[in-house]
Design a protein around this ligand. Sequence first.
Ligand code: DP6
Length: 362
Amino acid sequence: MTEEDFILKNPKNTNLEKGSFTWQSPSNIALVKYWGKSDPQIPRNASISFTLNNCHTITTLEYLKKRTPSSEYSIQVIFEGKANEDFKPKIIHFFKRVEKYIPFITEFDFVIKTENSFPHSSGIASSASGMSALALCFMHMEKELNPQISDHYFKQKASFLARLGSGSAARSVEGPLVVWGEHNKISESSNLYGIKFPYKVHKNFTNYQDAILLVDKGEKQVSSTVGHQLMIDHPFAKQRFIQANENINKLSNILQNGDLNAFVNLVESEALTLHAMMMTSNPYFILIKPNTLKIIEKIWEYRKNTVSNICFTLDAGANVHVLFPEKEKEKVNAFITNNLIAFCQNNQYICDDVGFGAMNLE
Ligand code: DP6
């Protein structure tokens, strides 16, 4: 598929006037990280993530045909029941990027109502779940205009549009494992959209658990978008992109052969490499906090003293994702409650597990 294949041409139904669609879309946690991109939202290396189950965004898109045609966007955003201006610049930016592919967006007045299952100021990024939920609503509208599109095209284009809102959102349409970015060992992989991991996954990774420890709920000092830009002149960028693509290859084998030791090693190394890239950018920055490190040390200590396969990963923030196989759930949950939540803000953490992707709520 090329970008041209995603341009909506000659819609069959020209009578669309008014209506609404609601989609629930999950967050995801990358195992091999996307950090560094070129225009327009093309990743410098392939990435792979677990789709989450409980952390999601629900978005309703209401549309009404404009009485007077204009090329201006007409958008109202309601976040958790209240008019919200803060999200508008990102949404307008998204509209500009996707207009070429869904040109009908200038013909309607839109009200976008959105809410997250996780607390707003939890430090959990909502751009992946938020942008994919919105992209799915627009695809539902496209299907209304062009009912013959296949389910496969629907999901592929939803991921394509979501990527233009936020790169990691390309991985939030399906589950349980999604690859985004062209890779020579992952068939059908693309820089333009995410695909379901195409090989059979070992049972060790079924229903994998993710406990998200909320270490710091404050606004990040450096956004992901700025972090990505700092990879452009980064002294280690070239090597990092090679390493990430090698890690995709290794992880693909691990996911198929069930080697939990190798999984732990690769996933933790990816998390620390991501933060090493931040610390070695210019300007340099640090997003982890003292309690992030305390939790990491406790996890390493626990692993040394038990036969556990618990490990951690990090996204672009201080929170820690604690990953472990389902069969260790009871023991690890006890360990988290007794030893880790003391390092979380207000003792807060979210229990999640791997999920299967977005859902239409109508
Ligand atoms: C560290 O997808 O948030 O979570 O494309 O600029 O919106 P934009 O960036 P974003 O970057 C995510 C970075 C990451 C790693 C990952 O999810 O792969």
